[in-house]
Design a protein around this ligand. Structure first.
Ligand code: S3P
Length: 461
């Protein structure tokens, strides 16, 4: 991590306020629109998993296209502390020499997860079935997020925890000396919970099963197979039953990380809402468990052409050609939420421009992301002059009217809130500012320069 990244994330961690000079402003883009072709950064979910599985494998794993954001650096540092040899060879090019399943050593210091819920929950799973004691903490955002959802199943598997109220970080985990495989039905649709149980199941004798109520992203399942684990997946009552054979020997592999659809979503929506735009986004991951935004935008009338569909490292990818045009409001069903859970902030921005009402249903999980995204989007959109309401767990946006902008939005330690409002600024009448844009480095380093290269006007204030 660079010194400025460390400083920014340390300031966030200690809650000492926004990193200095981290406020930025996004001015309206007129009259030419956005244009050009770009690669979006590597997929965050897949990058975490590539390093973790590399650390659990025997031999060398080579990774290309790794996301070099703060969150993934946290996972890399944790794997080093657990005994893996994690090296960077060049931009996005990394290798991991792992410890083998059950081979992690006890870390001699606290594992700092920064802003990353994925790092925290997956790594708790990965260490839960190994006889060691580890301490986990994170920044002010992560320390407020629920960990009970992984503590429950991992306790059933034999791990013990010591934590403060609500099982929030900081917490200590004592991995099970004699781990037991379980069959677990997560009460919430969560790829992180599923992944934590499966990773813990690796060092259990026998079969570990997760029955998920709604299918969630399946990067863990794909990658476990890629590394040599035996896994069966069957449809069950609209969800999925996933069974892992315990104690496999995972072998180091090559992993090619596709571009992150959740990061691509920001330039994509920017090009849709700034009149006159036409851009190309190369190598965007299209895992069906991540594709809800594309489905929703198609219903809204978005002009997106997917070209050169192909396979990259076991994941479907394509290049996307995106053109601005009229969008219309839609009703987004709650069942779609797991496949676009990270995309609601930017969808709400598209909805502000679309004509008519967009109702996004069943967003309870948004309240426990890096910030309360339901509250944050409603507050920020209203401050920009957009007609917005929260009814129960639904977000309702009446779009197509004048978007005044001219507001400063609190990013709340949340990268996607920051990027969503900087995108809105491109289509508003007055610039939109974000008080602290430093969290963007967790998932999309270089966001402002990539957007400005396409013709946006994002600047420090
Ligand atoms: C992720 C799963 C999602 C998502 C997060 C990444 C993953 O969280 O919001 O950004 O990599 O498994 P939940 O599983 O909590 O929904």
């Amino acid at each position: 991590m660079s010194d400025s990244m460390v400083q920014a994330s340390e300031e966030r961690k200690t809650g000492s306020g926004p990193a200095r000079n981290a406020a930025v402003r996004s001015r309206p883009v007129r009259p030419r629109g956005l244009s050009g072709a770009v690669d979006v950064p590597g997929d965050k979910s897949i990058s975490h998993r590539a390093i973790i599985m590399g650390g659990l494998a025997v031999g060398e794993t080579k990774i290309e296209g790794l996301l070099e954001g703060e969150d993934v650096h946290r996972t890399a540092a944790a794997l080093r502390a657990l005994g893996a040899d994690v090296r960077r060879h060049g931009a996005g090019s990394w290798s991991v020499r792992g410890c083998g399943v059950g081979g992690f050593g006890e870390p001699d210091d606290v594992l700092e997860m920064g802003n990353s819920g994925t790092a925290a929950r997956l790594l708790l799973g990965a260490v839960a079935s190994t006889r060691l004691t580890a301490f986990f903490t994170g920044d002010a955002s992560l320390r407020s997020r629920p960990m009970q959802r992984v503590v429950d199943p991992l306790s059933q598997m034999g791990a013990r925890f010591l934590s403060r109220g609500g099982s929030r970080l900081p917490l200590a985990i004592v991995g099970a000396a004699d781990p037991v495989p379980i069959e677990y039905r997560p009460p919430v649709a969560s790829a992180q919970v599923k992944s934590a149980v499966l990773l813990a199941g690796l060092n259990c004798p026998g079969r570990t099963t997760v029955v998920e109520p709604h299918p969630t992203r399946d990067h863990t399942e794909r990658m476990l197979r890629h590394f040599g684990a035996t896994l069966t997946v069957a449809d069950e009552d609209g969800g999925r039953r996933i069974t892992l054979e315990g104690q496999p020997e995972l072998e180091g592999r090559e992993v090619v990380v596709p571009g992150d659809p959740s990061s691509a979503a920001f330039p994509l929506v920017a090009a849709l809402i700034v009149p006159g735009s036409e851009i190309t986004l190369r190598n965007v991951g299209l895992n069906p468990g991540r594709a809800g935004l594309f489905e929703t935008l198609a219903e809204m009338g978005a002009d997106i052409t997917m070209t050169d569909r192909r396979d990259a490292g076991g994941e479907p990818v394509a290049d996307l050609v995106v053109r601005a045009g009229r969008l219309r409001g839609v009703d987004v069903p709650a069942e779609r939420a797991p496949s676009m859970i990270d995309e609601y902030p930017i969808l709400a921005v598209a909805a502000a421009v679309a004509e008519g009402r967009t109702r996004m249903r069943g967003l309870a999980e948004l309240r426990v992301k890096e910030s309360d995204r339901l509250g944050g989007m409603a507050e920020g959109l209203a401050a920009c002059g957009v007609a917005v309401a929260v009814e129960g767990d639904d977000l309702i946006v009446d779009g197509g009217r004048r978007i005044a902008g001219g507001a400063t939005i609190r990013s709340r330690l949340d990268h996607r809130i920051a990027m969503a409002f900087l995108t809105l600024g491109m289509a508003a009448e007055e610039a939109v500012s974000v008080d602290d844009a430093s969290p963007i480095a967790t998932s999309f380093p270089g966001f402002a320069s990539l957007m400005n290269g396409l013709g946006a006007a994002i600047e420090g204030v």
